[in-house]
Design a protein around this ligand. Structure first.
Ligand code: SAM
Length: 313
């Protein structure tokens, strides 16, 4: 696999997806196409609909999947549009779907994308380069309370309020436009050189990234939409990389695995909710030691999978 991104828990994803000859699959988060390529190598006659909102991912995957180009549709779109995009292509049901959430190594490692404080670069953080909101815009324009809320909710950062205040003070003196500018403001609160200071920067950068890309906003609806179009027996596999994401995945799968959710005091069911999936991973799977040793990104990965059962969507 190229240096663009090394696919995480590849064996496990394939084991749960069980791609079939001639089946129709969705890769909701194409990245460099590593998972898609493995699916096509396992089943060259499978048909894949692959989504990514990042133009650079689409370009890298197009090269990586060139040998299988007849079997693949590369769709540059947010996965919130899965159902619509598939309907436009006359696809009403699918045989499986993979969500490998978050950012790719390429996005994180490419200084110009502004996701990381390892290099000084424009504070961008957009997966979709056409959207208006950037991290610099957020840091420059949001008020102190809104910034603190982002750092607290998306970064679980204990110093959220102090960091937000430091940002507002600092931008009054000179604009915060680069990853280095932001890192220096965080250091004013968290200090420099310590492990804790590093972790604070990681949490604040992660929080901003989640906000800028609306990462958690569309996830639940996209999972439900996808489950609704799975054929009976088809599976959804989701890899998440932090607890906020994993909680949404866990709750969405659990909700779809339960019947009626009427309050227990109500006699009889009025909601009519049907159980749509069986959960295949009681606890999430994690990467094995060998993988964690060779790919540090796999360290935080959690894999959850569910299988569609009969039931009307
Ligand atoms: C972890 S990477 C996927 C890596 C991929 N499985 C591989 O093997 O190369 C996640 C990718 O999903 C994309 N992505 C994240 N959220 C998205 C969303 N809501 N809609 C579309 N693409 C998204 C990112 O741009 C990134 O390229």
């Amino acid at each position: 696999m190229s240096s663009f991104h090394t696919p995480v828990m590849l064996k496990e994803c394939l084991r749960y997806l069980e791609p079939q000859d001639g089946g129709v699959y969705v890769d909701a988060t194409l990245g460099g196409g590593g998972h898609s390529l493995a699916m096509l190598e396992a089943q060259p006659q499978a048909r894949l609909y692959c989504f990514d909102q990042d133009e650079e991912a689409i370009e890298a995957a197009a090269q990586n999947l060139a040998q299988h180009c007849g079997q693949v549709d590369l769709i540059r779109a947010n996965f919130s549009g899965i159902r619509t995009e598939l309907a436009l292509r006359q696809i009403k049901t699918i045989d499986g779907a993979l969500f490998d959430l978050g950012v790719s190594s390429h996005q994180l490692d490419c200084p110009e994308r502004g996701f990381s404080f390892d290099n000084d670069a424009p504070l961008d953080m957009r997966m979709d380069g056409t959207q208006k909101m950037t991290a610099a815009k957020a840091v420059q324009e949001l008020d102190q309370a809104a910034l603190a809320k982002i750092f607290k909710e998306y970064g679980e950062e204990l110093n959220a309020g102090r960091i937000a205040r430091a940002i507002v003070t600092s931008r009054g003196e000179s604009p915060i436009v680069s990853t280095g500018d932001l890192a220096r403001v965080i250091e004013k609160v968290a200090g420099t050189g310590s492990k804790e200071s590093l972790k604070t920067k990681v949490r604040v950068f992660q929080a901003l990234r989640i906000y800028v890309n609306g990462e958690l906003d569309v996830l639940r609806a996209a999972l439900l939409d996808t489950i609704n179009i799975l054929k009976p027996g088809a599976r959804i596999v989701v890899l998440s990389y932090h607890s906020l994401e994993d909680r949404i995945v866990k709750n969405a799968l659990r909700d779809m695995s339960q019947e009626c959710q009427c309050p227990s005091r109500v006699l009889g069911c009025s909601c009519g909710k049907k159980k749509l999936v069986k959960i295949l991973t009681k606890s999430p799977l994690v990467a094995d030691e060998a993988e964690v040793r060779t790919n540090k990104r796999s360290r935080s990965a959690k894999l959850r999978a569910a299988e569609r059962i009969q039931g009307e969507s």
